[in-house]
Design a protein around this ligand. Sequence first.
Ligand SMILES: Nc1ncnc2c1ncn2[C@@H]1O[C@H](COP(=O)(O)OP(=O)(O)OP(=O)(O)O)[C@@H](O)[C@H]1O
Ligand SMILES: [Mg+2]
Length: 584
Amino acid sequence: MAEGDHSNDAEEVSSKGLADDFQSESKVTNRIRDSYLKFLRKVAPNRASRVRIPVGEIAQRVEWSKGRGSLITEIPKIDDPSIEVADIYPVVEPYSFVRVTFNKESSEYILEMIEPALTEKEESLLNLIKDTLKRTLGYEWDKLTELDKGEYLTESVESYIKSRGVRIDPLVRKKIGYYIARDFVGYGKVDALIKDENIEDISCDGVGIPLFVFHRKYESIKTSLSFNDEDLLNSYVVALGQRCGKQISVSSPILDGTTPEGHRVQATYSREVTTRGSTFTIRRFKEKPFTPVELVKYGTASPEMIAYFWLGVENGESAIIAGGTASGKTATLNSIALFIPPGAKIVTMEDTREINLPHDNWIPGATRSGVGERDANGRLAGEIDMYDLVRASLRQRPNYIIVGEVRGKETYIMFQAMATGHTTYSTMHADSVKSMVNRLENPPINCPRILLTALRNVVIQTHARVGTDLVRRIKQVIEIVGFEPETNELITNTVYDWDQATDRFIYKGHSFLFDKIMEMKSLTHDEMMEEFNRRTDIVKYMVQKDITDHRKIWALINSYYKDQEKTIKRVRREMEEGVTQVGA
Ligand SMILES: Nc1ncnc2c1ncn2[C@@H]1O[C@H](COP(=O)(O)OP(=O)(O)OP(=O)(O)O)[C@@H](O)[C@H]1O
Ligand SMILES: [Mg+2]
């Protein structure tokens, strides 16, 4: 204890003259502490306990390695013998942990989100601080960056605590700090789920219903979290909308948006359209966009298929990636767009921003909703939809047009753009060429069949079972070769097929893309195959070196575009040598 502190006690100590005796010194220190505690109890009887535990990183890790959580968040024991722990891992150490349990009786997995436990008193202090903060957060709050918000909150909590003269155990202070940051900067109750890298989607189906998540390892599983208060859930959904810069209310109860961090949000308000109360679905943003390397790593495509896509993209072959919900269409689209040559002008259009490209010559566009009443055409004032964006994009003279997902009349314009020499990429909900054509030809798209031949490739993606695993696979790569006027039939050629039984991709023996390139560049068949093999090797190299950073991949693709011979030589040499260094 420093000399300057508690000067009265210090006097007491020196009056006994025991500066040189350690034992008696500690005795005195104890006495001082005791009398201080006595004094404390008198002035503030409800204050926290006298035991202070150092919150050192090491202490937490030691605790954690025993699977018990941390000093701040203890993982509760399970007494029920029918419940087995399948997994425990930290999300934000040392605060939040996920435990996945398996109930042998109900054969059900549950994901528990374990956060710091608060006593009743701590909880009411937290609520007091939250109420005060809510009242004092000024209009400038929204303008602060996340980092500044964190700092601002820490300061506010400190000054609140100081102004009330409460003394709080450092551990409790940390817990309170966690909840304040979670609720003011993060996404409240759902925040820890959003921070968990293993989770793809989070969905709330209504009041009092457990939240469900789609977990990378356990797929769709129930969580221990739920919104049990209807008003709280309603205001949560409104706040979620505000995060996306959109409004959700009784008069416009459906919302689609993207949060500033890039999470895709779909929500409905109250019992207007969903009978079990407000709902929301959050698709977590992947900071690192999906790349061709991951497609190969996860077995979604083979290196040869990626090389085929590369040749297709470079040669301006338009494609639609079709598949079911969450089959990974957008991820595949983003991956193959990496092959767009560096100088080409790209315009992307999406309802919610998901596509992320390293290219400089790129205009990312997003639709916006309008305000007020709908007019006779069902449009709101100021609304910019996909149709407007696609039309506008044509005047931006792009080489490549990417439409996140097509479903309405914008598709027709996209096909016109294809027919006039633009290369377009898009995704669509359909599980086969047949059902895709069906959707394209019927309202609201109404695309004439003859126009469909402007589309060169259809990639069919699926979510399927291989053994016990649920996997994403490119089921088919199909070329649209032409149109037979007599029968009014589209002529297609399947280039790659996926065999579910063996989980292998099969080349069907012919590609019209290869024919086209051979003709354009006057290559012999062998020269064409050599070019194809070179690209396949580059893809294999990237997979071998685990290059998943999209900028690094892009740099390598660019170096191939600049100097094919040099790049392929280096790549093949490094593959042979097993050299680990990476770069372009
Ligand atoms: N090939 C893949 N392998 C493993 N996970 C993937 C793959 N592709 C996508 N994912 C994951 O699956 C989720 C859904 O992916 P994505 O958004 O690409 O699907 P989608 O088909 O476009 O969905 P939607 O129909 O909602 O537009 C994401 O969380 C993504 O990280
Ligand atoms: Mg998508």
